[in-house]
Design a protein around this ligand. Structure first.
Ligand code: GTP
Ligand code: MG
Ligand code: ZN
Length: 358
């Protein structure tokens, strides 16, 4: 579930108990990182008298299906993008950027859209959004943390899964979690400037979402996140953007120009059918392609500006082989070893950050 008292709080599904668990010294020495969402093997399990709490030792970490990096959450089953319909006003571009980013960050993970504050909207406004996102292949839940609208549907979606809530500030993520689990008492309505340096913004932590009435559906686990700023979003290659927009991709597949970006080309099949793509989605597509092109241009320019010392030779001896510029660190995919080191550093920083949540 999270770090606690120099170790971790681990929920045992088998015992339905929460255990305080230090980590075997050998795992620490090997630099094995452990985050919320990881599955672990336990030794020396002992329960207290009421059988809901106890202790154990983490003996091994099992392989991960995936790892979200901001905050670190392992084995994510689904991502829920939260937006408000009003206050702040629904922002299609932002919602579509989150969808593209998360499909790149966690491929093969289900993503769905939750539109909160529906108590402030008309039925027409809600169904217009539903049509847009359902035609893009994402289910949409209309929610109100205030009136409880859609909460049971969300609870059903969460049951038995590890989910991550993401979305911009002020849309009601913490309010939603407080309704799902009234014991959490998460802070609501904190202004953005106050969030800087707040512990929860980087916390790797899963909260339990209790089972529904009568325990017909099991509990779920959910993490809150601080959302993304624009410079943290990933960009696909310009030509790949279309595949993130299924309602556009169906026409892109039939476009006879193989290198078409479907923006302005004559006789482009997407443009011929553009009336059948929701306007906001096509606009998001154009903006995201432009951003992807800028990102690529920036990458090419920085890799040309490298000096001679930053050139490496491929094939043949120095001077005769083909000289290719080394990429700057910013754009080289991190090596596995470096990634491992970063995780390790993160772990140690967290160790030093002595559990202020106790
Ligand atoms: N009308 C209405 N207001 C809501 C609803 N849900 C949340 N709010 C209000 O929206 C404001 C922001 O809610 P939070 O839960 O703090 O939003 P958040 O997404 O957690 O924001 P950050 O923590 O800054 O990322 C608060 O004033 C809430 O009372 C809702 O369903 N309807
Ligand atoms: Mg919040
Ligand atoms: Zn085209």
């Amino acid at each position: 579930m999270r770090r606690h008292a120099g170790g971790y709080l681990v929920h045992s599904d088998e015992l339905d108990a929460v255990l305080q668990c230090p980590v075997r010294a050998r795992l620490k020495k090997e630099g094995t990182s452990i985050f919320a969402g990881d599955r672990v093997d336990l030794d020396e399990v002992e329960l207290t008298d009421n059988k809901e709490r106890g202790s154990a030792v983490i003996a091994a970490r099992l392989d991960r299906q995936n790892l979200l990096t901001r905050p670190y959450i392992a084995n994510v089953d689904q991502v829920i993008i939260v937006q408000a319909i009003h206050q702040p006003e629904f922002n299609s571009l932002l919602c579509d950027r989150y969808l593209v980013h998360l499909q790149l960050e966690l491929p093969a993970v289900r993503t769905f859209v939750c539109v909160n504050k529906c108590d402030l909207a008309t039925d027409e406004e809600i169904s217009a959004l539903r049509n847009i996102y359902e035609s893009a292949g994402h289910s949409m839940i209309a929610l109100s943390a205030k009136t409880g609208l859609g909460m049971e549907e969300l609870r059903r979606q969460l049951a038995g899964n590890r989910s991550v809530l993401t979305g911009p500030s002020g849309v009601g993520k913490s309010s939603i979690l407080n309704v799902l689990n009234p014991e959490l008492h998460l802070k609501v309505d904190v202004h953005e400037e106050l969030l800087v340096g707040r512990h929860t913004t980087s916390a790797s932590e899963l909260y339990q979402v209790p089972a529904d009435h009568g325990h017909e559906i099991g509990p779920g686990w959910i993490a809150d996140t601080p959302g993304y700023s624009l410079d943290q979003l990933r960009h696909p290659e310009p030509a790949e953007v279309a595949w993130q927009f299924p309602e556009l991709a169906q026409f892109a597949e039939e476009c006879k120009f193989s290198d078409c970006l479907h923006l302005a080309e004559q006789n482009c099949n997407v443009l011929a059918h553009v009336e059948r793509i929701p306007k906001s989605r096509y606009e998001s597509y154009c903006t995201i392609v432009a951003e992807a092109q800028q990102e690529r241009k920036f990458r090419q320019e920085t890799s040309q500006k490298v000096d001679a010392g930053a050139v490496k030779y491929v094939g043949g001896e120095q001077g005769r082989g083909k000289a290719i510029p080394k990429l700057s660190n910013r754009h080289r995919a991190p090596s596995r070893r470096k990634e491992k080191q970063q995780l390790h550093d993160y772990d140690r920083a967290e160790d030093a950050d002595l559990d202020d949540d106790e």
